[in-house]
Write a protein that binds this ligand. Sequence first.
Ligand code: RIB
Ligand code: CA
Length: 318
Amino acid sequence: MSRPLLIDTDPGCDDALALLLALERDELDVVGLSTVHGNASLADTTRNARSLLECFDRTDIPLSEGAKLPLTAELETAEHIHGPGGIRGELPEPTSATEPLEQHAAQFIVEKAREYEGELTLAAIGPLTNVALALAIEPDLPDLLDELIVMGGAAFAPGNVTPLAEANFRSDPEAAARVVRDAEPTIVGLDVTNGANVPGEWIDALPEETALGRSIVEWFTYYSGAQLEQYEYETTAIHDALAIAGIVDEDVLETETYHMQVGTDSDLDRGALVCDATDVTDGKPNGSVALEADFERYRELLTGSVERTLDTLADRRA
Ligand code: RIB
Ligand code: CA
């Protein structure tokens, strides 16, 4: 029996590979996508999500647009990392087959959670604005979901946008604070996703005869040389795909539960995920954080899904 999964996303090169993995695995049934500002504007992330559904031949999956802006923060996007328009590669222009729903993503998330009566997993792999809005609409959302998986935060690892803050949490600290406080998330942050890369020689051997093949290579190499050096990555970290791999196979990630909070006050701590590892507060545990990962199993899952997807969609000529 496959797990129904809704992905809230800001595609985004690593989002694209996370979606590829989710769509290719029989353990998962992607029942919807919702888009959010983040790596690019909402207009761009929505266009990218639609193009990806067309690229993967999954125009059957409903897509709902969400927040254009963070709850209170200024919009900050990451085209300098993910490319002009928020994604690299040769993607098809969206068609009427992937027209977004009228419904806002926050409402869509709540409706889907109710529809699946406790069986739905929500994977949030962009800023948490839509999830925070969904919580505001339906405070019982955590009880309506089977699980909320969040790619974001840095519990004990340095941030990738500030010394303390990871990009998704920094993009909307108020949203991250509400989700961490109220939604009992499983957080897949930089503590593990910094290691979510694949071997360069495997990337180099990928077929590039088709537009899809060339796009996949771009998605695996979206960090520039300078960024690889800055983050001390051998090859690009595919952050979002590790969160999805942890849903496909629960042995991929090892988590610990903590009382956690997200900073929203000073510019120094905005978006910082703080886990109370020394019981400074009397706060009860409100979520779990992935601190270890089976990267060998992760790489086996992701590379296998990419190879099978390229075989299946081999007729994608440029
Ligand atoms: O910090 C990594 C996260 O920020 C990923 O979700 C990536 O897509 C960007 O959104
Ligand atoms: Ca993302």
